[in-house]
Design a protein around this ligand. Structure first.
Ligand SMILES: *Cc1c(COP(=O)(O)O)cnc(C)c1O
Length: 486
């Protein structure tokens, strides 16, 4: 231990405030000079000041004085600085089994989209500049043609997310008017997006028709009046009503709307751009189908099944899209250049559907072959078992992943999970599993699984770098090698 650089060597609780170094003195310590080279004088000075202040306060409260030798001061300061400079955003291993996890950022972008974003960040781009005429352009032009080509729509626009797309559509087409919607479709998406509230925010009056389980064509017909601005169907993406049910199909609603002279909008939520059954996945509606069925406007997310950046796509009839783009809210809800270029690059991949599973991470993960996950399980299990120690048993087992983000809540994808159980029977199992889940989150790349049926499941469908996963296992806190007391 090095000698205290600060006058007396009184240590611990016996020390008094007098022993605290001055800021200048602390800054002259050799170890602190190294920190200044790394982080700059301003930042380190401020950190020293904050540290000394907190020591002064804790000592005044009667808490023991921290060690004041040079090594202790430098290491306390360095720990404080590390904590402050650590990014609050960190990559994680999403082994929850939910591929499009809203809380973990939903879709992972394709390399093409990542490259496009990097390019657009480094250099100016023709965001709103028409290179042919030399005049002002419209940022939607960068993607509109591509969206129309892929969906068959006449026109398209893009906003910040699908919630914004729905809000803007209603505000532009039905403010101060009535919007007819089935009682079976008054969806809450999560994160405080509830259809009735959105209607209200958009300044429209919601007119509910039918009942929770059954809505008939006559319900829509009977609700149309001169104040009707829009008929809406909402894809009930995150729940299903089964049993004695009846809903009116898009074609029928379109016919009713058009006979009544009102536009018909469909909020698809996820809206896959391709027929997922062609990839062996459960069926999910596409905007193409809704448009063919007669929808005048279709809204869907950019970062759900489409596999792109967070965005809300609005597609449909030219005249309606024109009204939507003209609404003042459009300016407030518009997307950044980074979103636009990422979206363009993602959409471009759809021109080559045969390469889609290889190039679009969302589809690659959703269609990942079981054999590949089984091999990964074999490779990883021994290392994980060793890191977990004797208290836990780990076994590869068949589990089920889900798509997530409200898509197909009841459809599940067969997957392979590393299933971890506490070795002892009886009480304490829940606590042990929670403690293990907590520890896994403290790793340099936090590992997130899910707890179900007295086990912690690490779903391998979304593990794409098992070397990185295994490499950090040795850092799993050692407390786990001792069984938790019951
Ligand atoms: C997800 C979803 C939304 C909201 O989309 P965001 O892109 O998350 O804003 C709206 N409607 C439906 C039906 C959805 O599934």
């Amino acid at each position: 231990m090095s000698a205290s650089p600060f006058a007396s060597t009184v240590r611990g609780s016996k020390a008094s405030l007098v022993q605290l170094p001055s800021v200048d003195r602390a800054l002259r310590l050799p170890g602190v000079r190294t920190l200044i080279e790394q982080h700059g004088r301003t930042f380190v000075t401020e950190s020293v000041r904050a540290m000394l202040l907190s020591w002064r306060e804790s000592t005044t409260r009667g808490e023991p004085m921290p060690a004041l030798d040079a090594d202790a001061v430098v290491s306390a300061l360095s720990a404080r600085i590390e904590e402050r400079v650590a990014s609050t955003v960190t990559p994680v291993f999403n082994l929850t089994g939910t591929v499009l996890h809203t809380n973990l950022g939903r879709a992972l972008l394709a390399e093409e989209a990542i490259a496009a974003v990097a390019r657009a960040m480094r250099a100016p781009i023709n965001l709103e500049f028409d290179l042919d005429s030399g005049g002002r352009g419209d940022r939607d032009d960068l993607v509109e043609n591509l969206i129309c080509e892929l969906t068959g729509a006449e026109a398209a626009t893009v906003v910040n997310n699908n919630a914004a797309a729905v809000l803007l559509t209603i505000a532009a087409l039905a403010a101060k008017r009535e919007v007819i919607v089935s009682r079976g479709e008054l969806v809450e998406i999560g994160g405080a997006f509830r259809m009735p509230d959105v209607m209200k925010s958009a300044g429209a009056r919601m007119v509910e028709v039918g009942t929770t389980n059954r809505t008939h064509p006559r319900d829509y017909v009977g609700a149309i009046n001169p104040k009707t601005g829009l008929i809406m169907k909402v894809h009930t993406s995150n729940y299903v009503v089964t049993g004695f049910t009846s809903a009116v199909g898009e074609e029928d609603v379109a016919r009713i709307a058009h006979t009544g002279g009102v536009p018909f909008a469909v909020d698809l939520g996820s809206g896959s751009l391709v027929d997922l059954t062609a990839f062996g996945l459960p069926s999910e509606p596409t905007p193409q189908e809704s448009l063919l069925a007669g929808a005048d406007i279709v809204t869907f997310s950019g970062d759900k099944l489409l596999g792109g950046p967070q965005a809300g796509l609005i597609v449909g009839k030219t005249e309606l899209i024109r009204r939507i783009k003209k609404h003042p809210l459009k300016r407030a809800l518009r997307v950044s250049k980074l979103t636009l270029v990422a979206l363009e690059a993602t959409l471009a991949l759809y021109r080559h559907p045969e390469q889609l599973t290889a190039r679009l991470p969302t589809l690659r993960l959703l269609t990942r072959p079981l054999a590949e996950m089984e091999l990964a399980a074999e490779r990883i299990t021994p290392a994980l078992a060793q890191a977990l120690g004797a208290a836990f048993v780990v076994r590869p087992e068949a589990v089920h992943s889900q798509i997530g983000s409200g898509s197909l809540p009841v459809e599940i994808l067969p997957s392979v999970g590393l299933v971890i159980r506490y070795r002892r029977e009886g009480k304490g199992r829940g606590r042990a599993l929670t403690a293990l889940a907590d520890s896994l989150r403290t790793l340099p790349i936090p590992v997130l699984g899910r707890i179900a049926d007295d086990s912690l499941i690490l779903d391998l469908r979304t593990l794409t770098d098992d070397a990185a996963f295994v490499a950090q296992l040795s850092q799993l806190p050692k407390l786990l090698s001792h069984p938790v007391a019951p």
